[in-house]
Design a protein around this ligand. Structure first.
Ligand code: ATP
Length: 187
Protein backbone atom coordinates (compact mmCIF):
# COMPACT_ATOMS: atom_id res chain seq x y z
CA UNK A 1 0.00 0.00 0.00
CA UNK A 2 0.93 3.65 -0.38
CA UNK A 3 1.02 5.23 3.07
CA UNK A 4 1.07 8.99 3.69
CA UNK A 5 2.94 9.94 6.84
CA UNK A 6 1.44 12.98 8.55
CA UNK A 7 3.54 13.86 11.58
CA UNK A 8 2.99 16.27 14.42
CA UNK A 9 2.74 16.72 18.15
CA UNK A 10 -1.08 16.68 18.00
CA UNK A 11 -1.28 18.46 21.34
CA UNK A 12 -4.23 18.10 21.00
CA UNK A 13 -5.36 16.74 17.65
CA UNK A 14 -8.01 19.08 16.19
CA UNK A 15 -10.51 19.16 13.33
CA UNK A 16 -7.96 20.80 10.99
CA UNK A 17 -5.72 17.74 11.31
CA UNK A 18 -8.65 15.31 11.04
CA UNK A 19 -10.21 16.89 7.95
CA UNK A 20 -6.87 17.02 6.18
CA UNK A 21 -6.05 13.38 7.01
CA UNK A 22 -9.50 12.20 5.93
CA UNK A 23 -9.53 14.18 2.67
CA UNK A 24 -6.04 12.97 1.77
CA UNK A 25 -6.87 9.37 2.59
CA UNK A 26 -9.60 9.52 -0.08
CA UNK A 27 -7.63 11.55 -2.63
CA UNK A 28 -6.20 8.59 -4.51
CA UNK A 29 -2.66 9.85 -3.75
CA UNK A 30 -2.28 7.39 -0.87
CA UNK A 31 -4.19 4.34 0.32
CA UNK A 32 -3.90 5.27 4.00
CA UNK A 33 -2.75 8.18 6.13
CA UNK A 34 -0.81 7.41 9.28
CA UNK A 35 -0.79 10.15 11.91
CA UNK A 36 2.66 9.86 13.42
CA UNK A 37 2.58 11.31 16.90
CA UNK A 38 5.94 12.81 17.86
CA UNK A 39 7.60 11.86 21.10
CA UNK A 40 7.53 14.30 23.99
CA UNK A 41 10.72 16.28 24.06
CA UNK A 42 11.91 15.91 27.67
CA UNK A 43 13.54 19.33 27.45
CA UNK A 44 10.31 20.99 26.42
CA UNK A 45 7.87 19.75 29.00
CA UNK A 46 7.97 18.31 32.48
CA UNK A 47 4.75 16.44 31.83
CA UNK A 48 5.74 13.18 30.13
CA UNK A 49 2.20 11.84 30.58
CA UNK A 50 1.10 14.15 27.76
CA UNK A 51 2.74 11.68 25.40
CA UNK A 52 0.21 9.04 26.40
CA UNK A 53 -2.66 11.53 26.23
CA UNK A 54 -1.65 12.85 22.79
CA UNK A 55 -1.56 9.33 21.41
CA UNK A 56 -4.85 8.39 23.00
CA UNK A 57 -6.60 11.53 21.69
CA UNK A 58 -5.29 10.87 18.18
CA UNK A 59 -6.54 7.27 18.35
CA UNK A 60 -9.98 8.35 19.51
CA UNK A 61 -10.19 11.10 16.88
CA UNK A 62 -9.70 8.80 13.90
CA UNK A 63 -11.25 5.63 15.26
CA UNK A 64 -14.12 5.87 12.74
CA UNK A 65 -11.87 6.75 9.77
CA UNK A 66 -11.21 3.58 7.90
CA UNK A 67 -8.14 4.83 6.02
CA UNK A 68 -6.56 6.90 8.79
CA UNK A 69 -4.45 5.26 11.48
CA UNK A 70 -2.23 6.38 14.34
CA UNK A 71 1.44 5.45 14.36
CA UNK A 72 3.49 5.50 17.58
CA UNK A 73 6.85 4.46 16.13
CA UNK A 74 8.57 7.69 17.19
CA UNK A 75 7.88 6.92 20.86
CA UNK A 76 10.48 4.17 20.79
CA UNK A 77 13.07 6.01 18.67
CA UNK A 78 16.02 8.10 19.85
CA UNK A 79 14.94 11.70 20.51
CA UNK A 80 14.60 14.03 18.80
CA UNK A 81 13.39 11.83 15.98
CA UNK A 82 14.18 13.15 12.55
CA UNK A 83 11.65 12.50 9.80
CA UNK A 84 14.20 10.72 7.61
CA UNK A 85 14.89 8.28 10.47
CA UNK A 86 11.17 7.70 10.98
CA UNK A 87 10.64 7.01 7.28
CA UNK A 88 13.65 4.66 7.20
CA UNK A 89 12.44 2.84 10.30
CA UNK A 90 8.92 2.43 8.92
CA UNK A 91 10.28 1.11 5.62
CA UNK A 92 12.28 -1.51 7.51
CA UNK A 93 9.29 -2.48 9.63
CA UNK A 94 6.85 -2.60 6.71
CA UNK A 95 8.77 -3.50 3.55
CA UNK A 96 5.45 -4.26 1.84
CA UNK A 97 4.40 -0.57 2.02
CA UNK A 98 5.63 2.54 0.23
CA UNK A 99 5.81 5.65 2.42
CA UNK A 100 5.37 9.29 1.40
CA UNK A 101 5.58 12.36 3.57
CA UNK A 102 2.70 14.81 3.98
CA UNK A 103 3.60 18.38 4.99
CA UNK A 104 2.05 21.86 4.91
CA UNK A 105 3.26 24.62 2.60
CA UNK A 106 4.75 26.33 5.70
CA UNK A 107 7.10 23.41 6.18
CA UNK A 108 7.75 23.13 2.47
CA UNK A 109 9.21 26.64 2.51
CA UNK A 110 11.90 25.58 5.00
CA UNK A 111 12.14 22.00 3.84
CA UNK A 112 15.73 22.28 2.63
CA UNK A 113 16.72 22.73 6.28
CA UNK A 114 15.28 19.34 7.24
CA UNK A 115 17.81 16.57 7.73
CA UNK A 116 18.37 14.72 4.43
CA UNK A 117 15.52 16.64 2.78
CA UNK A 118 16.76 15.75 -0.70
CA UNK A 119 16.69 12.05 0.11
CA UNK A 120 13.17 12.40 1.52
CA UNK A 121 12.01 13.94 -1.78
CA UNK A 122 13.92 11.59 -4.06
CA UNK A 123 13.49 8.34 -2.21
CA UNK A 124 10.11 8.73 -0.51
CA UNK A 125 8.28 11.65 -2.14
CA UNK A 126 6.40 14.52 -0.52
CA UNK A 127 2.78 15.68 -0.67
CA UNK A 128 2.32 19.37 0.16
CA UNK A 129 -1.02 20.91 1.19
CA UNK A 130 -1.82 24.64 1.43
CA UNK A 131 -1.26 26.83 4.50
CA UNK A 132 -2.34 30.45 4.42
CA UNK A 133 0.42 32.83 3.34
CA UNK A 134 2.72 30.16 1.90
CA UNK A 135 3.44 29.27 -1.69
CA UNK A 136 2.75 25.81 -3.01
CA UNK A 137 5.43 23.89 -4.91
CA UNK A 138 5.07 23.70 -8.67
CA UNK A 139 6.79 21.29 -11.04
CA UNK A 140 9.21 19.80 -8.51
CA UNK A 141 10.01 16.16 -9.17
CA UNK A 142 8.97 13.91 -6.31
CA UNK A 143 6.67 16.59 -4.86
CA UNK A 144 2.89 16.63 -5.30
CA UNK A 145 0.81 19.72 -4.49
CA UNK A 146 -2.57 18.75 -3.09
CA UNK A 147 -5.34 21.34 -2.80
CA UNK A 148 -6.81 20.39 0.57
CA UNK A 149 -9.26 22.78 2.28
CA UNK A 150 -7.71 25.43 4.53
CA UNK A 151 -8.93 25.27 8.10
CA UNK A 152 -7.51 28.00 10.26
CA UNK A 153 -7.19 26.38 13.66
CA UNK A 154 -4.19 25.35 15.74
CA UNK A 155 -3.45 23.29 18.82
CA UNK A 156 -1.89 26.38 20.44
CA UNK A 157 -5.18 28.23 20.00
CA UNK A 158 -7.05 25.34 21.62
CA UNK A 159 -4.66 25.03 24.58
CA UNK A 160 -4.85 28.78 25.17
CA UNK A 161 -8.65 28.83 24.97
CA UNK A 162 -8.94 26.00 27.50
CA UNK A 163 -6.52 27.67 29.88
CA UNK A 164 -8.70 30.81 29.71
CA UNK A 165 -11.71 28.67 30.63
CA UNK A 166 -13.30 28.87 27.18
CA UNK A 167 -15.26 26.05 25.56
CA UNK A 168 -13.52 24.39 22.59
CA UNK A 169 -16.42 22.21 21.48
CA UNK A 170 -16.41 21.66 17.67
CA UNK A 171 -12.72 22.63 17.41
CA UNK A 172 -11.82 19.07 18.32
CA UNK A 173 -13.78 15.85 17.64
CA UNK A 174 -16.36 15.05 20.35
CA UNK A 175 -14.35 12.06 21.56
CA UNK A 176 -11.31 14.32 22.07
CA UNK A 177 -13.44 17.00 23.73
CA UNK A 178 -14.73 14.44 26.25
CA UNK A 179 -11.22 13.06 26.82
CA UNK A 180 -9.78 16.53 27.53
CA UNK A 181 -12.59 17.24 30.02
CA UNK A 182 -12.31 13.87 31.76
CA UNK A 183 -8.55 14.15 32.15
CA UNK A 184 -8.61 17.89 32.90
CA UNK A 185 -5.99 18.62 30.25
CA UNK A 186 -4.64 22.10 29.47
CA UNK A 187 -6.62 23.67 32.32
P1 ATP B 1 0.78 23.92 17.63
O1 ATP B 1 -0.21 25.05 17.59
O2 ATP B 1 0.92 23.27 18.98
O3 ATP B 1 2.11 24.27 17.01
P2 ATP B 1 -0.50 22.66 15.34
O4 ATP B 1 -1.95 22.93 15.42
O5 ATP B 1 0.30 23.44 14.34
O6 ATP B 1 0.16 22.74 16.77
P3 ATP B 1 0.93 20.20 15.01
O7 ATP B 1 0.72 19.05 15.92
O8 ATP B 1 2.20 20.94 15.07
O9 ATP B 1 -0.36 21.13 15.15
O10 ATP B 1 0.60 19.80 13.54
C1 ATP B 1 0.95 18.65 12.90
C2 ATP B 1 0.93 18.96 11.45
O11 ATP B 1 -0.35 19.47 11.11
C3 ATP B 1 1.93 20.07 11.06
O12 ATP B 1 2.55 19.67 9.87
C4 ATP B 1 1.07 21.29 10.88
O13 ATP B 1 1.60 22.13 9.86
C5 ATP B 1 -0.25 20.69 10.44
N1 ATP B 1 -1.40 21.49 10.83
C6 ATP B 1 -1.60 22.18 11.94
N2 ATP B 1 -2.77 22.83 11.93
C7 ATP B 1 -3.35 22.53 10.75
C8 ATP B 1 -4.58 22.90 10.11
N3 ATP B 1 -5.45 23.72 10.67
N4 ATP B 1 -4.83 22.41 8.87
C9 ATP B 1 -3.95 21.59 8.27
N5 ATP B 1 -2.76 21.21 8.84
C10 ATP B 1 -2.47 21.67 10.05
Amino acid sequence: MNIGIFGGSFNPIHVGHCILANVLSQSGLVDEVWLTVSAQNPLKSADASLERHRLEMARRAVEQCERVNVCDVEMSMPKPSYTIDTLNRLSQMYPEHRFRLIIGADNWQIFDRWRESRRIVEHYGVIVYPRRGYEMPCGVEGVTAFEAPLIEISSTQIRESISRGEDVRFMVPDSVYDYIKKNKLYG
